[in-house]
Design a protein around this ligand. Structure first.
Ligand code: ATP
Ligand code: MG
Length: 427
């Protein structure tokens, strides 16, 4: 045998035992998003590289070193999306979505970043992104945060705290930027390599450094808050007021700047201490300039994205429970039974809503088939032997509970299964 090919580093396979957790997470998120009137969009994984350069910003981790960029066969530079906002704005401009004010959109899917893989950090990971367009006020910022808080409640996420900050408007940042450059320049020797590179390109990004050696310097740096104009401050105050009234706890973190260039005013993160350095499970903010910057009509916007791998890690392995492959397993021994079984199974699937029925394939003794029935996690085995095939009956054997085998007419089976297995509320 030749060497088996391995997955690309940092790209995880989702095992069949894992996918029910994902489906459950997605289902709960979908329900919460529905409750607020957000509509799903599905967008391409590939975009023109230019889109990300122009939106995320040249001097950011993502654009500098994390993008999967390649030339396609026509020599066009394309990039696997590292995040979803840029594509959503691109699509909205292209299709006129933003002409209708109050657009509320969301999407779910894989994102790609060439980072150093570790717990909670992968090269293909999944986000749910939520975006709202055409609404300039703090009301919609608050709505997004309340939506995320409700999602944590519905999922049972604990130990997350909300951090908020305001980045002011671009005009406020000019003056601040100058002060910041002066501050860091005076301490040039203490800067790490990344920070030196950023000092003149994008000094605010230094504040987002994860390097422990830089934290003291960052802690003492001038605060952006002092430069924020009155209008922005009022916006930020109003947001905090709504959150307080709604009973959502938060802390204002004046050093929260976010890693993407397009943000202004409100930024926020939901952070946990339980996932080590990869503690941000959800992050977002306002990006009022981006639609215009990408060639659309000026449209205020705000959004967030949550990392689903981190959310699931926070929920723990037990969350979502185990889901069996089937509720019912059909065991068949003998030629007549093997011929009749699949036909019976098709009839049952047609007659019993929600039936999850696994039909044994590949023959074998009763003993070996029961072993597989047991391993499938099914609650009931249906048994068709020579005898049952001839008489039009079927034996039913509980696999998880005590109780012996009973016998039924095949024609009564659909009713029996519907009653015993599916008479409760829908899952
Ligand atoms: P970090 O500071 O952890 O690198 P980020 O600021 O780059 O995060 P965003 O671009 O804001 O992250 O993405 C939103 C969320 O997506 C993050 O809060 C995180 O939960 C998740 N995320 C980002 N990058 C990764 C990754 N490489 N692997 C898994 N999840 C990720
Ligand atoms: Mg990052």
């Amino acid at each position: 045998m030749s060497n088996p090919i391995q997955a690309v580093r940092g790209m995880r396979d989702m095992h069949p035992e894992e996918t029910p957790r994902w489906v459950r997470l997605e289902g709960i998120a979908r329900r919460v998003l529905d409750a607020y009137g957000y509509r799903e969009v599905r967008l391409p994984l590939l975009e023109k590289t230019e889109l990300f350069r122009r939106s995320i910003g040249e001097v950011t981790d993502i654009v500098e070193k994390e993008m999967y960029t390649f030339e396609d066969r026509n020599g066009e530079s394309l990039t696997l999306r590292p995040e979803g906002t840029a594509g959503c704005v691109r699509a909205g401009i292209q299709h006129g979505w933003f002409q209708q004010p109050g657009r509320r959109l969301w999407y779910l899917g894989p994102m790609f970043r060439h980072e150093r893989p570790q717990q909670g950090r992968y090269r293909q990971f999944h986000q749910i992104g939520v975006e709202a367009y055409g609404m300039p006020g703090p009301d919609i910022d608050a709505e997004l945060i309340l939506l995320s808080a409700r999602l944590w409640r519905e999922l049972g996420v604990e130990d997350v705290r909300l951090e908020l900050n305001t980045l002011g408007d671009p005009a406020d940042r000019g003056a601040y930027r100058k002060r910041l450059v002066d501050y860091f320049e005076a301490r040039h020797d203490a800067l790490d390599e990344d920070s030196r590179r950023r000092l003149h390109g994008n000094p605010l990004r230094i504040l987002d450094s994860k390097n422990p050696a830089m934290q003291g310097l960052i802690e003492n740096a001038p605060r952006l808050g002092e430069h924020v104009g009155a209008e922005c401050r009022a916006h930020f105050e109003a947001l905090q007021e709504t959150l307080r009234k709604a009973g959502v706890d938060f802390v204002v973190n004046p050093r929260l700047v976010r890693g993407l260039d397009y943000y202004n005013r409100t930024v926020f993160e939901w952070v946990t201490d339980r996932l080590g350095a990869q503690g941000t499970v959800c992050a977002g903010g306002r990006y009022d300039g981006l639609v215009e910057q990408l060639g659309g009509r000026a449209t205020p916007a705000v959004g967030f994205a949550m990392g689903l791998e981190r959310l699931l890690a926070l929920l723990g392995d037990a969350w979502g429970g185990e889901r069996s492959a089937a509720d019912v397993y059909l065991v068949m021994v003998g030629e007549a039974a093997e011929r009749a079984g699949p036909v019976l199974a098709e009839r049952l699937r047609g007659a019993v809503p929600r039936l999850r029925l696994l039909v044994h394939c590949g023959g074998g003794s009763f003993k070996s088939q029961f072993k597989r029935a047991d391993r499938s996690g099914a609650r009931l085995a249906l048994v068709l032997g020579e005898e049952e095939a001839r008489t039009g009956r079927v034996s039913v054997k509980p696999l998880r509970e005590a109780g012996g085998q009973s016998e039924l007419e095949q024609s009564d089976l659909a009713d029996y299964l519907a009653k015993t297995l599916y008479s409760g509320a829908a899952e």
